[in-house]
Write a protein that binds this ligand. Structure first.
Ligand code: ADP
Ligand code: GLC
Length: 487
């Protein structure tokens, strides 16, 4: 099968969150299954051409892309995903992509990703490569199916191409004013059928992706169910209900060549289930780095997160006064909303022996926290999949999570999960989004931590779980086949 995988961020070239991890791993796994895969992403200012040995594809020349009736000329760079044969193509438009961050609030944010989507469609033709599948992700690429369907010339070239659209996070929809239809040069008539509303006269990229892709997926089964309810859908439940026969949930995998304590080059002491005693050496190093005193009996709770309301940060902050009365140390790595950064900084300043914070983005520290913490907290309001709780499970760092989305599909509460006499729990979880439920789960974890034998059993249940990409990649292939058959 020929598979074009289109995403706005891909590890290791550019990343703001889990989408990049997925886009850097799934295509490699699909390649290993014998398929021909090409990945496409924007060439942001931060993409390091030299470090990744990217080549300017001058033979392709400048590709002309029309946005808002202006012609833009983009150039193409090419590289490989690390340690793989999977090719990645970069769309280079300094006008649109040389900005201070991957995503912006600039007034041409819509144009940036219209250009990206159109450029990918043109590039596929220049490459004389007809994909069987275009797998496109999140709002930034949501327009791809309608851009193809709305153009007879493209319909012909892509007549054997099916589209699969993956929702990684429905909270970010690419919701723009009415004028954006014009900028995309899309006729409004496509958006006027019963199943495809114009969304209050606004151009919603995600709505378009859900409406026009042959098959729609999201990144866990539980989230696929949640998304069909108003509580979780941010207004998209109606269209998702219309598409429900073509809508599937596939849990993400994790890259076990990177997120694995046996081979992790970022951590000072590698370990496995057999040598789990060495995990504590990482705890010593972690606490040194974060300027906290070491005490084997005091559990360290780690957090690595975007500081956004999705992640339950407000609930952590409002419960902190009580949580600081418990015998726990906190190691927090994150960046995001200013208010959260400010409040967490104050907590750190006032509790230097208990609570340590690094504001910013650090891949290295994120690995050290996964390895050196005893517990990992992720009390998300909603969580499409969540990768960090899976990383924690692999590192024997017991997750404490709210029972939602991918967290519910991967973390099983120790106290509640005894099936057929087998204790399958690998963490602690709670249902209600409030401080009582959160602190109750943390206190249950702390209590279990004191019983070393029991704790090891919980760690083992997590470390033995299989989160490899292989399983998920095979499921995607099944979905691709369905999409092709449907088309
Ligand atoms: P989301 O994509 O919603 O942010 P995920 O759990 O799917 O959540 O993925 C988050 C990814 O981003 C993980 O790889 C995590 O380690 C990483 N990450 C989040 N915040 C930081 C940070 N401040 N520094 C380094 N890595 C981070
Ligand atoms: C999104 C979600 C996260 C998911 C990631 C990768 O960023 O918030 O839950 O793990 O995408 O699919």
């Amino acid at each position: 099968m020929n598979i074009a995988f289109v995403a706005s961020e891909v590890v290791p070239f550019a990343k703001t969150g889990g989408l990049a991890d997925v886009s850097g791993s799934l295509p490699i796994e699909l390649t290993k299954l014998g398929h021909s895969v090409k990945v496409f992403m924007p060439k942001y200012y931060s993409v390091d051409e030299k470090r990744f040995n990217l080549k300017h594809e001058s033979w392709i020349g400048k590709i002309e892309v029309s946005v808002d009736k202006k012609i833009h000329r983009v150039e193409i760079f090419k590289g490989l995903l690390p340690d793989s044969k999977t090719e990645i193509y970069f769309i280079d438009s300094p006008t649109f992509f040389h900005r201070h961050s991957l995503y912006t609030n600039d007034e041409d944010e819509d144009e940036r990703f219209i250009l990206f989507s159109k450029a990918v469609i043109e590039l596929l033709q220049k490459l004389h490569w007809q994909p069987n599948i275009i797998h496109h992700n999140d709002w930034q690429t949501g327009l791809i199916p309608i851009l193809i369907k709305a153009n007879i010339r493209l319909e012909e070239y892509f007549k054997n191409t099916a589209t699969v659209y993956t929702i990684h996070n429905i909270a970010y929809q690419g919701n723009f004013p009415n004028e954006t239809f014009g900028k995309a040069e899309l006729d409004l008539k496509y958006f006027e059928t019963a199943s495809v509303t114009k969304e209050n006269e606004r151009m919603n990229f995600m709505h378009a992706g859900i409406s026009f892709a042959d098959v729609v997926t999201t990144v866990s089964e539980k989230y696929s169910e949640e998304l069909q309810t108003p509580e979780f859908s941010f207004g998209m439940d109606a269209i998702l209900n219309i598409r429900k026969d073509d809508f599937y949930g596939i849990l993400n995998g994790i890259d076990e060549t990177v997120w694995n304590p046996e081979v992790d080059s970022f951590i000072p002491y590698k370990y496995s289930l057999k040598t789990i005693a060495d995990k504590e050496k990482n705890k010593v190093e972690l606490l040194k780095k974060f300027n906290l005193p070491f005490d084997t009996a005091i559990p360290v709770v780690g957090i690595v997160s975007r500081l956004a309301s999705q992640k339950g940060i407000d609930m952590i902050i409002s419960s902190m006064e009580y949580l600081l009365s418990l015998d726990i140390q906190w190691v927090v790595l994150g960046s995001g909303e200013q208010q959260y950064e400010k409040e967490l900084s104050e907590i750190a300043q006032n509790n230097p022996d208990k609570f340590s914070l690094y504001l910013g983005y650090s891949n290295e520290l994120s690995h050290l926290i996964e390895a050196g913490s005893d517990m990992f907290l992720m009390p998300s309001q909603f969580e499409p999949c969540g990768l960090t709780q899976m990383y924690s499970l692999k590192y024997g760092t017991v997750p404490i999570v709210r029972n939602t989305g991918g967290l519910a599909d991967t973390v099983f509460d120790w106290d509640e999960n005894i099936y057929n006499g087998k204790e399958i729990g690998n963490g602690f979880s709670f249902n209600d989004y409030n401080g009582y439920a959160l602190t109750d789960a943390i206190e249950r974890a702390v209590k279990s931590f004191k019983n070393k034998k029991l704790w090891k059993k919980i760690q083992k249940n997590g470390m033995m779980q299989d989160f490899s990409w292989r399983k998920s990649a095979e499921k995607y292939i099944e979905i691709y086949k369905k999409a092709i058959a449907k088309k």
